[in-house]
Design a protein around this ligand. Sequence first.
Ligand code: URA
Length: 236
Amino acid sequence: MTKKLYHECHELISQGRAILTDLQHWGFESVPPLSAFSPLPLGQPEPVGVSQKSPGTLENLASQIQGCTLCPLSAERKNIVFGAGNPQADLVLVGEAPGREEDETGVPFVGEAGRLLEKILFAMQLSREAVYICNVIKCRPPHNRDPQADEIACCEPFLKQQLSVIKPQVIITLGRFATQTLLHTKDPISRVRGHWHEYEGIPLMPTFHPAYLLRSPAGKRDVWEDMKQVLQRLKG
Ligand code: URA
């Protein structure tokens, strides 16, 4: 074996170990067979969690929002972070607002929290490409501060339209902010997560934000319980 091949194998084994360790943290005692999540297989020609729907108009919506100056966040943003993923996804995940890396790339959840979100999706045998990911707020609030009421009021109609175009079977709200905005509630996330709610007739599961999980990894088990409910609902 050449030195290069040896290093590549070593790297792959280390990555595999890291994934298994993560799965253990999520509460897996063994690696589930792919068939365990049928009919949500990974890597099929038709992406996971997607059903046949008429093509939406997300592109139109994205072009409408280009150059938006409805609220003061437009002054400092580098990119509008509209949303990404499959416009026909059965599952939409809604976060709070772009952070620095999202502002720089124009893509939601590409920073550390995004990498954790990808791991959550991986544990669900889903991928970013199979689902649709967006935020309540499309432009980065300075220093990642909480979005303000007027900013939400300007941006929420875009989210509303995104959801009405995609018509997902299930919405997951990530964290307090997205949950309280979509459910029009002041209830704390710890009270509402893990229970089904509804947004415009669509089942909605609130769960902890991945950024919170980075600070409080103990919450991962709760998130996994919530994700199991989501998988059940998607299968049904
Ligand atoms: N946190 C969010 O809520 N959204 C992102 O896009 C990134 C981090």
